[in-house]
Write a protein that binds this ligand. Sequence first.
Ligand SMILES: *[C@@H]1O[C@H](CO)[C@@H](O)[C@H](O)[C@H]1NC(C)=O
Ligand SMILES: *[C@@H]1O[C@H](CO)[C@@H](O)[C@H](O)[C@H]1NC(C)=O
Ligand SMILES: *[C@@H]1O[C@H](CO)[C@@H](O)[C@H](O)[C@H]1NC(C)=O
Ligand SMILES: *[C@@H]1O[C@H](CO)[C@@H](O)[C@H](O)[C@H]1NC(C)=O
Ligand SMILES: *[C@@H]1O[C@H](CO)[C@@H](O)[C@H](O)[C@H]1NC(C)=O
Ligand SMILES: *[C@@H]1O[C@H](CO)[C@@H](O)[C@H](O)[C@H]1NC(C)=O
Length: 402
Amino acid sequence: MTLLSTVICQMLVLTQSFGVNAYWLMASNNVLTTQRMDPIVSPGEVSSHVHSVLGGSGFDLNVNTSILQGSECTSIPVQEDKSNYWFPTESNRRNDGSFTSVSGNAVIDTSNSTTAFPNNVRDTTLRTLNASSFAQQAITFLCLQFSGTSNRYNELPIGVSCPAGIRSQINFPSCWDGKNIDSEDHKTHVAFLSTGPDNGTCDDPQFPVTLPRIFMEVYWITQDFDDQRDQALTPSQPFVFANGDPTGYGYHADFVNGWEDGVLQKAISGCTCNPYGDPTCCVDAGIFSFNQTKQCYISDTIDEPVLGNLSTLPGANPVQAPCFESYIATSTPPILAPVYTFTATASTHLPSGTVVTPAHTTQEAQTVVGTCIWRGAALRNWDASICLRVAVALVHMLWFLF
Ligand SMILES: *[C@@H]1O[C@H](CO)[C@@H](O)[C@H](O)[C@H]1NC(C)=O
Ligand SMILES: *[C@@H]1O[C@H](CO)[C@@H](O)[C@H](O)[C@H]1NC(C)=O
Ligand SMILES: *[C@@H]1O[C@H](CO)[C@@H](O)[C@H](O)[C@H]1NC(C)=O
Ligand SMILES: *[C@@H]1O[C@H](CO)[C@@H](O)[C@H](O)[C@H]1NC(C)=O
Ligand SMILES: *[C@@H]1O[C@H](CO)[C@@H](O)[C@H](O)[C@H]1NC(C)=O
Ligand SMILES: *[C@@H]1O[C@H](CO)[C@@H](O)[C@H](O)[C@H]1NC(C)=O
């Protein structure tokens, strides 16, 4: 709780409309909740890994735009933006195998569609870089220095010091097929611009509709762990995302539109008065209201600890690189309802729901094998085929030996 309350959330919404750029920044007032939930990928159930969520208090195991528009409050300063934005939580991994959550935050936006618009790069299983993939170019990490300078990486920076923290950044696809509000893999209904995640046009006839450009930055307070590097399992790069990704290639973020009707469109066409993203003029122009002190929290739906010191990542996700194998946890925590909303600072005396789905266990086989368990620095440019060849070679060797 204390860790997350120090999060610096910065939200950047960039829109392009033929020469005139509407552009404004939103630094989230607080993190709405941190839980093992993902209403896009795992609606109605406990998701495989933890996300930090910003935005409207209507967030739950199932969301849609009308639910979010009815939110009692939002953790985003633009009071008309009750959308939800979420991203995997990051942890520091110690040499005793335990994890401590790192504080962090996010950013986003979409077209003026009035329906849920879950559009993102989301291959949470990537552990290697394909430099020619726009989806992977869309994800970058900055190693921040006090001087304000920074180096940019395609992965969590290895073997360098980032005294002002690490910023993960993601561009959302800007071209839409104009028809589907979602797709089975949650990404094929949208595409990137023609020449990269942040430039070009929507010239593919299958994806002709230009969406507002969305760029999300998360500031991770990783410097809190710099003096503990000697106690890290892998001191050169001790951080791991909630999906068990120590590389950053499987980083992702999501968005469900909850903007009040018409406000986003007004902002896109009218919020062009400040080239540096200061939203004050949009407030002065009556486009939206802005409150940087109002807090918004919700009570937990998934009854399990997810912050602070933990012996495993929630969901027992194994840390895997350079290959990835799917993993199913044997136990699932209880689900609570209803959800309570708080507009003041979260205290330890918040009411919480009662159990509606008890904890349960499954007998499903675990599939992660030794070759996928990460023990050291992330290897670049290893692909799944190399991983497979190593595995096959090991099997052959064992077969030969016995
Ligand atoms: C959103 O979800 C609520 C509750 O399940 C439902 O009543 C409503 O019809 C949904 N709205 C849309 C636009 O799908
Ligand atoms: C890398 O990305 C490019 C562009 O999306 C794609 O054509 C290619 O098949 C990818 N390579 C691998 C090994 O996945
Ligand atoms: C597009 O973006 C790429 C990568 O950021 C950059 O190298 C290139 O110069 C950009 N092109 C234009 C036209 O801005
Ligand atoms: C969305 O944009 C279109 C065209 O720009 C406009 O006609 C429509 O009213 C907008 N809808 C909303 C809900 O803002
Ligand atoms: C912002 O929200 C706080 C807390 O709800 C409230 O006290 C304050 O008056 C609001 N400020 C503005 C400018 O609306
Ligand atoms: C986590 O454990 C470390 C090492 O034992 C300790 O220094 C730290 O205070 C703990 N943090 C929390 C949030 O409990």
